[in-house]
Ligand binder design. Structure first.
Ligand SMILES: [Fe+2]
Ligand SMILES: [Fe+2]
Length: 358
């Protein structure tokens, strides 16, 4: 139904209303979309590009006041500091002998170690040592610095809820007075205290919102995945495991969830969509993910961003080896606010038609 052309009186009314900082709901109806229409787009940063840029950053940029971290900007978000609408992912390099000075901020951070062993993140006076595949947490407002006393560079993926914290106008940031916070706890203390499957220390009365376990080692993750080798898992996500808060069993961070998922050799999963966004890092394997009809062929080291409500389906292209994806997701926020929704694709046996290739 087309509206009749506006009369002079109508136009005049609208102009005066806008000048008074008011809009009619009738002017905004198109923003009440039938379903989410994110501006963020699906996109992939190839490992070859990431590796080359990271290497160059090591030569071109010193670690100064700020970290040497390459922030992955979603091309759909007009230069916003954001990989998805709510999260930023980055790739960070710390060279032998370097220290990234201590600071704290309200955004919560995770690190997923891509390369290098034996460097550390110090969180509130506790050094957490890194090995490839480890997941390390830096909860909101925890002091943290990074150090590399090894002979080799260390590279990791950062995941932070910066865009969400910005949207909520809750950003606080502080430098520590010294380059590093004095150590007050033994190395990897949180693992000794909280890193026991189904065994929680009863004398610890605090129940922080963020997991008190700061290190989820690849060794344990790998062992769990290995034990599930013959399990099919979910039709849409395969053998998907969520890292959990050891005291509550819930998401490990209030604003971000972390998953590791194994696609068995030859697995072709079905398409679904849900509210909330994700960033995937390919830990190992070769495969493809079709996102809203676009085919993203991935291999080890690639990083892929998935917007909210985009249809997606994963396939492991190898019939010999498992593929493993690590991801950060904002699902805990959606769930806490009652906004999480999920829908499967029913047509075409649950598979999308491929309309383009990234
Ligand atoms: Fe930080
Ligand atoms: Fe999904």
């Amino acid at each position: 139904m087309t509206r009749p052309a506006a009369t002079a009186a109508e136009t005049d009314f609208h102009e005066r209303m806008h000048a008074a900082h008011m809009y009619g709901l009738w002017e905004l109806a198109s923003q009440m979309t039938r379903h989410p229409e994110p501006k963020a787009i699906p996109y992939m940063w190839k490992a070859s590009v990431l590796d080359a840029m990271v290497l160059e950053a090591g030569e071109a940029v010193p670690v100064g006041e700020e970290r040497r971290a390459l922030q992955l900007f979603n091309p759909g978000l007009d230069g916003r500091w954001a990989t998805t609408n709510t999260m930023i992912a980055a790739v960070q390099l710390l060279l032998p002998g370097e220290v990234a000075r201590a600071h704290r901020h309200t955004p919560t951070a995770i690190r997923f170690i891509m390369e290098g062993k034996g460097a550390y993140t110090a969180v509130d006076g506790e050094r957490v040592y890194m090995a490839p595949g480890d997941l390390i947490l830096t909860p909101s407002w925890a002091w943290h610095d990074h150090g590399n006393e090894t002979e080799k560079p260390v590279v990791w993926m950062d995941g932070l809820d910066v865009p969400l914290v910005q949207a909520l106008n809750a950003m606080f940031f502080q430098f520590y007075t010294e380059p590093q916070v004095p150590l007050s706890k033994p190395n990897n203390a949180s693992v000794r205290l909280h890193g026991h499957v189904s065994l929680t220390p009863t004398w610890v009365k605090e129940r922080p919102l963020s997991s008190p376990l700061l290190l989820y080692s690849w060794e344990k993750t790998w062992q769990s995945l290995g034990e599930l080798r013959d399990v099919a898992g979910d039709d849409y996500d395969g053998v998907a495991l969520e890292y959990t808060h050891p005291q509550t069993g819930r998401a490990l961070l209030p604003t971000m969830g972390c998953w590791v998922q194994m696609l068995r050799p030859g697995a072709r999963l079905k398409a679904h969509r849900h509210t909330g966004s994700a960033v995937y890092y390919v830990v190992q394997g070769t495969g493809e993910t079709i996102i809203d009809g676009a085919r993203f062929a991935w291999e080890r080291g690639d990083i892929i961003t998935l917007p909210s409500w985009a249809l997606h389906e994963h396939t492991n292209l190898s019939t010999q080896d498992a593929a493993i994806l690590f991801s950060i997701q904002d699902r805990p926020v959606l769930e806490a606010l009652g906004l999480y929704r999920e829908e499967e694709l029913t047509e075409n046996g649950g598979h999308q038609a491929v309309t383009s290739t990234f």
